[in-house]
Design a protein around this ligand. Structure first.
Ligand code: F6P
Length: 358
């Protein structure tokens, strides 16, 4: 008997269900022994508090087009993992206890950055763990691509596309704030696809005067409007000089709900132009996965199945240089994949006239 536990952890994204279906199908089609699948509810919390369901074929039907995760998810910050829970229980010990109680052969974890730190810890504690890279942010080290990312790019691009007509009608400056946490993959790709004139990324701190200059140049050329794609984690050159603590303090005191509103106020003040901010927010994580993500997540699921059947544990399945790879969890945990400001894509975008505010 092969007993497999599965959980989804951290912020959800599209194609989580497709990925879990991929794991299930590949195991069921190829295992040479009976298999039991246990689904832990709401992420690591399910593993901690032994909240699970024995999954059957019916659970995996009709999943390809469904966004979200049928198991539910939650955030259990890694920095609190060694702190006892509200009742004083050791979180890591509880997770191990559930794993051993169910006599699991392996735990499959679908998660992003923080979740991989916990997965690595559990692997170091002796559990058999295989993971899949999920996040709209595409910021996981060890893989060129994460599932959810392409669908989020589609959604954020559509948000930018739809702003163009109203921006033209009113001759306004529009800021579209794009998710991505502390990295700029999503805003860069959606910004380029949506024809943004200015793209501000966490990896390239901006000078607000350069942004204003760019808008004024467009005005002088007779362009009626300007579109700015701002990463939610964008930061000014001035703020980038602050220590982490000082920057946090500044944000806590700020009158603006996010960096986009601060930029909007500065542009409005300097140019007298009407500026509007649009925040698509969690719509970027919602709805159906795009066909690319369905195929990609299914392939990752099948690769995870392959590892489990070969009893190869302690890896994340990744995608590097157009090939599926297995990456040791200890290499993934705690490392961010950021954009190199000198990357070809940035140079090309600059050649196309896109301003990065640097
Ligand atoms: O990591 C995915 C992500 O959507 C980020 O892009 C964003 O910063 C964050 O999660 C939002 O988290 P929450 O859903 O907890 O508000």
């Amino acid at each position: 008997m092969l007993r497999i536990g599965m959980l989804t952890s951290g912020g959800d994204c599209q194609a989580l269900n497709a990925a879990m279906r991929g794991v299930y199908k590949s195991i069921m089609e190829n295992a040479k022994e009976p298999v039991e699948f246990y689904g832990f509810l709401d992420g690591y919390k399910g593993l901690m508090y032994s909240r699970f369901r024995l999954l059957t074929a019916g659970d995996f039907k009709g999943l390809m087009t469904q966004g979200g995760t049928f198991l539910g998810t939650s955030r259990v910050p890694f920095k609190t993992i060694h702190e006892p829970d509200e009742e004083g229980h050791d979180k890591v010990a509880m997770m191990k206890q559930t794993y051993y109680k169910l006599q699991l052969d392996c735990l499959v974890m679908l998660g992003g950055n923080g979740s991989h730190k916990t997965a690595n810890l559990l692997s170091e504690e002796g559990l058999n763990v295989v993971t899949l890279p999920k996040t709209i942010d595409n910021d996981l080290w060890g893989t060129d691509m994460t599932f959810g990312f392409q669908t989020a790019v589609d959604i954020a691009t559509r948000a930018i596309d739809e702003i163009h007509t109203t921006a033209f009608s009113h001759g306004r400056v529009f800021i579209i704030e794009v998710m991505g946490h502390k990295v700029g993959w999503l805003p860069l790709n959606a910004g380029m696809a949506g024809g943004a004139d200015i793209i501000l990324l966490p990896e390239i701190p901006y000078d607000i005067n350069k942004v204003i200059e760019c808008i004024e140049e467009r005005d002088a050329r007779g362009d009626r409007f300007s579109i700015i794609a701002v990463a939610e984690g964008a930061i000014s050159k001035k703020d980038a000089k602050l220590s982490k603590k000082e920057y946090k303090k500044k944000l806590a005191k700020s009158e603006f709900p996010s960096v986009s509103y601060e930029i909007a106020a500065e542009i409005q003040k300097a140019t007298g132009r009407e500026v509007r901010v649009t925040v698509p927010g969690h719509t970027q994580r919602g709805g159906q996965p795009c066909p690319y993500d369905r195929v990609f997540a299914s392939r990752l699921g099948a690769e995870a199945g392959k590892l489990i059947l070969k009893k190869q544990y302690g890896f994340m399945v990744g995608y590097k240089n157009r090939e599926m790879v297995k990456v040791p969890l200890k290499e993934v945990a705690g490392r961010l994949k950021t954009i190199d400001p000198n990357a070809e894509i940035i140079k090309e975008a600059k050649m196309l006239g896109i301003c990065f505010g640097d």
